[in-house]
Design a protein around this ligand. Structure first.
Ligand SMILES: Cc1cc2nc3c(=O)[nH]c(=O)nc-3n(C[C@H](O)[C@H](O)[C@H](O)COP(=O)(O)OP(=O)(O)OC[C@H]3O[C@@H](n4cnc5c(N)ncnc54)[C@H](O)[C@@H]3O)c2cc1C
Ligand code: FES
Length: 479
């Protein structure tokens, strides 16, 4: 359902258009993704699983899980959550076979592959990538931002809460407005930006393979930043692939970017910051929240976030996990169970919830695929979210001239992603143009600010993770 009135957001919906789902007209608005328009029309089953033909729906809404792939204007395997609607567009679920032979129009053209050269290729236009490009551009080098979504801003574009910290971390400003500031600054600086462009491979000599709106392009870069963010984790339970089970970030995208509610009543799994924030945002959008459940014996969210939802009457059950969802084509209810200290279900404690949506806010994993393919060193650090690429204090990985910043270098938040992006951008500029005392001073200032940001009890896990990462970097000769 489309949200008409929201306490914080306004949804433009300026131009009405028509797309076709299996030949049937669906009303959409320019600027929406295909899945957003289909959800608004009540179409939540997007495809079927290849083997058992189980229904598949939206899960991540940021192009990272392939749960939404459909045939779009005859081209199969399109991630419909990151493709904008266009007048007359024809979409079809992919079922029974991967490609319907009669409509397959061919693979992207590989014969004459153009090569574009750049000082600094920035992969990912989220807070880390945008900050890196902006800071590098201050020192005269020309960045190229490559972003696979049709929208810039990464996860910031759905965050309606105000940020903490200092002025330089945009304290008191909503995430969505911070994204607006960074994008405006990038436009003012005339930073070249390719949207709807996915980096699909890294090759020796700092060459990236890019699929740019159906064409293959090679980018040869003096320096590269990989700022691809993170993807949401899943939990095992019966029916976890049913439409109506969403990552919490996907719920945020539907509600806060497109103004579409995911359902009428939601069970949220995970009482960390993202679970608590999204539960509150659901209430703001007029959606009922049945409960928030948390496997740990304590609530992980900051008190400011958890207190808000408790005040509004949402129960939070700690030491509980989800055991199953009910329904055959969409979620029609859920069962949760109490767990002991070893996370084992306690028989007889099952509770059923009446709900049509389940949100999973159970953590994020860094998106390191490009660097894994490139052969960069990696190590497992649970405190930072999983596999991470060791890097030096300039954010440079084991591949010379290849930097990382943001969630890919450890799951934190947008403020630290911006700080790391600035450090990586300045270091890339130093590598390309030789650096200057001002650049070094500016980088040192950002390093200190990042350290301050991580001080205090909430930064403890990150500090432990980063100590392990530094140790690993030293072992690999990177420090
Ligand atoms: C789902 C989700 C919800 C979150 N919700 C909150 C919240 O409510 N509050 C909060 O404080 N923090 C939240 N965070 C954390 C915070 O938003 C992140 O720490 C921050 O956005 C990280 O910035 P980033 O630039 O590293 O990554 P992102 O903001 O994720 O940006 C990465 C960008 O890279 C692009 N990309 C990925 N792969 C490719 C590729 N191969 N080619 C081209 N482009 C690519 C993506 O499309 C994306 O735009 C959330 C994070 C996630 C993943
Ligand atoms: S890739 Fe579209 S929902 Fe995950």
């Amino acid at each position: 359902m489309r949200i008409d009135k929201h306490p914080i957001l306004e949804f433009a919906r300026e131009k009405k258009i028509t797309i076709y789902y299996e030949g049937q007209p669906v009303t959409a608005y320019e600027g929406e993704s295909i899945t957003a328009a289909l959800h608004a029309a009540g179409i939540t089953t997007l495809s079927e699983s290849f083997r058992f033909h189980r229904p598949r729906g939206l899960y991540c809404a940021i192009g990272k899980c392939a749960s939404c792939i459909m045939e779009v204007d005859g081209v199969p395997n399109m991630r419909t959550c990151i493709i904008p609607v266009k007048e007359g567009m024809r979409v079809k679920p992919q079922s029974k076979s991967v490609v319907s032979p009669e409509s397959f129009t061919g693979y992207p053209e590989f014969k004459e592959t153009p090569t574009v050269e750049t000082d600094f290729a920035v992969v990912g236009g989220g807070p880390a990538g945008l900050s890196a490009a902006l800071y590098a551009a201050r020192y005269g080098i020309k960045p190229l931002i490559i972003e696979e979504n049709f929208l810039l801003g990464g996860q910031l574009i759905k965050q309606t809460h105000k940020f903490f910290g200092s002025r330089s971390h945009y304290a008191g400003v909503r995430g969505i407005d911070i994204a607006g500031i960074l994008i405006k600054d990038a436009r003012k600086k005339e930073i070249e930006t390719w949207t709807s462009s996915s980096v699909i491979g890294y090759y020796p000599g700092n060459i990236l393979g890019v699929e740019r709106q159906g064409k293959y392009v090679r980018v040869k870069a003096k320096t590269i930043l990989i700022a691809t963010g993170a993807s949401e984790k899943m939990v095992p339970f019966i029916g976890n692939d049913l439409p109506g089970v969403y990552g919490a970030g996907a719920i945020q995208t539907l509600m806060n970017v497109y103004g579409i509610t995911p359902g009428k009543k939601v069970l949220m799994v995970g009482a960390g910051n993202i679970g608590a924030i999204v539960a509150y945002q659901l209430l703001q959008a007029g959606v009922e929240v049945a409960a928030v459940i948390e496997g740990l014996p304590r609530i992980g969210a900051y008190l400011v976030h958890s207190a808000k939802i408790k005040r509004l009457g949402v129960p939070i059950y700690t030491s509980h996990t989800i055991s199953r969802v009910f329904g055959s084509s969409r979620v029609e209810g859920a069962e949760v169970v109490e767990v002991d200290k070893q996370w084992q279900p306690i028989a007889g404690t099952e509770k059923k919830f009446d709900c049509d949506t389940v949100g999973l806010a159970v953590g994020l994993s860094p998106s390191i695929e490009i660097l894994s393919q490139a052969g960069a060193r990696q190590t497992y650090i649970p405190e930072l979210g999983g596999y991470i690429n060791p890097h030096n204090e300039n954010m440079e990985t084991s591949l010379p001239g290849v930097f990382i910043a943001g969630d890919i270098s450890g799951i934190e938040e947008a403020s630290s992603a911006m700080m790391e992006g600035r450090i990586a951008g300045l270091s890339a500029a130093e590598k390309v143009s030789g650096g200057s005392p001002e650049l070094i001073e500016e980088r040192e200032k950002n390093r200190l600010e990042l350290k301050e940001l991580r001080e205090g009890p909430f930064g403890e896990k990150i500090r432990i993770g980063n100590q392990k990462l530094e140790e690993e970097a030293r072992k690999n000769g990177l420090q």
